[in-house]
Write a new protein. Sequence first.
Length: 268
Amino acid sequence: MTAVAGVVCCLGLGAAGCARSDAVAQGPPAGDPVQVLRTAADALVEAGSSRTRTSLEMATGGTRVTILGKGVYDYRKRLGRLEVRLPQDPAGAADRRPITELLAPGALYMKNRGAGVPADKWVRVDTATLSDGNLVTGGATDPFAAAEVLRGTSSAAFVGRTEVAGARVRHYRGTADLEAASQAASEVNRGPLGAAAKGFATARVPFDVYLDDEGRIRKIRHRFSFVNGERREPVAVASTTLLYGFGAPADVRLPADEDIYAGRIAQE
């Protein structure tokens, strides 16, 4: 009888222990959400590299446009390579060739840019000169810049636990300030984020972000707002970055000087 009672007691304690574990697993994680998100970019540097998929959505002229991209990124070298696909031409022409983009500290390189650029040449853009800090200009947000926007998190809340692409994640929702992000960012993103803080319609950026159990960003969605140069009306842009395949090879080689186009580029 004593042995049986002992087993029942252990089972009871075990069940209670499981219940407590489930409660902890389903409850909010330890740590202030604001502080957790401000250091989320550091976990990507520790991971080294990843594959990425990007989506940039905006409404212009009454038409919703979506630009898709995919590629790899090295968070230690701050180098990435994306294949960005533009939407079909409104006139119904054949699908455009994907634009190859190389992301580097202070620069964006684009191939198949069109608009009179020779097919074998690259266009180089100094990201410090872009009013949006290249958060939307290239049709994709630099994955590390997207992460460093979170360094300016001013408010955030834990939403709950869910899954992203099969990975268990913690969902947070909040707002970041681009000026604060630029001051706390790494040297390569300080200038671009500072430019975005001044160039966007507002420096406040609402976001949703999903972190895995190692603190790495698996998905982040920003909502930017910039002023249309012609109509002077704010335009909302939703940028989504999905990160997966951590540790994937990310061999990114920048073009030689002679391969960079030096002529004028027509606006599309």
